[in-house]
Design a protein. Structure first.
Length: 221
């Protein structure tokens, strides 16, 4: 199982896309950032898994539709075998099924390919810090989807969540990082982390992307 990179200043990133015309320029552009090292460019999920197994990786920028192994399956396997590696989906597809499948597989972020360079860089940094990142189009579609589809079994929130834990979950659902949550609630970041740990344990929430989905499903965001 891979561990996070020991250098907190530079993020090790893989760009995964089956189209070289997309993959290579994107890798080159991201590599110009002061805090990002693009350590591999992959054409499919198998290549992603091999690269992550070979050396620690902080973030995979993942396309969904790829041959051999698609982005959903690669994300699922990374979540299981390399949980220290965050996945940010970057795709042309923003349909409900793709969004839900990616988040359920463990993706920490979801962007469409009309995102700008700075948006992508911000998403990579946020995902590496454990934050969920959804662009506005994706968040709006996800909100509409979870409010119109029936709840899956076991997805309701437990009754023993405190009012403060519900507040924190609401703000996570809005995409706020810990520092912004702390400022909004006038509490310390350490206290925010304590509330997050408690509500994740109580509600069996895997990560921040899962927390966003659960908050939206519960009508909190």
């Amino acid at each position: 199982m891979s561990e996070p990179t020991g250098n907190p200043q530079r993020l090790r990133v893989i760009v995964a896309d089956d189209q070289a015309a997309v993959r290579e320029p994107l890798a080159a552009v991201l590599g110009m950032s002061d805090d990002i090292d693009v350590v591999a460019a992959a054409a499919n999920g198998v290549e992603v898994l091999a690269a992550v197994a070979a050396a620690p990786v902080d973030v995979v920028l993942m396309d969904l539709r790829m041959p051999v192994m698609d982005g959903i399956e690669a994300t699922r396997r990374l979540s299981e075998d390399h949980p220290a590696t965050a996945v940010v989906v970057l795709t042309t597809f923003a349909d409900d099924d793709s969004i839900l499948a990616a988040l359920s597989a463990g993706a920490r972020g979801y962007l469409t390919k009309n995102a700008g360079r700075q948006d992508i860089i911000r998403a990579i940094r946020a995902a590496a810090a454990g934050q969920a990142v959804l662009d506005h189009e994706v968040q709006d579609r996800l909100l509409a989807t979870v409010r119109t589809r029936p709840q899956e079994g076991g997805q309701t929130l437990p009754a023993d969540l405190t009012p403060r834990e519900r507040e924190v979950l609401t703000l996570i659902g809005q995409g706020l990082p810990n520092r912004a949550i702390a400022e909004k609630l006038f509490i310390s970041e350490a206290t925010v982390k304590t509330h997050i740990n408690n509500l994740f344990a109580k509600a069996d929430i895997r990560d921040r992307a899962d927390a966003v989905r659960r908050a939206l499903a519960a009508g909190l965001a």
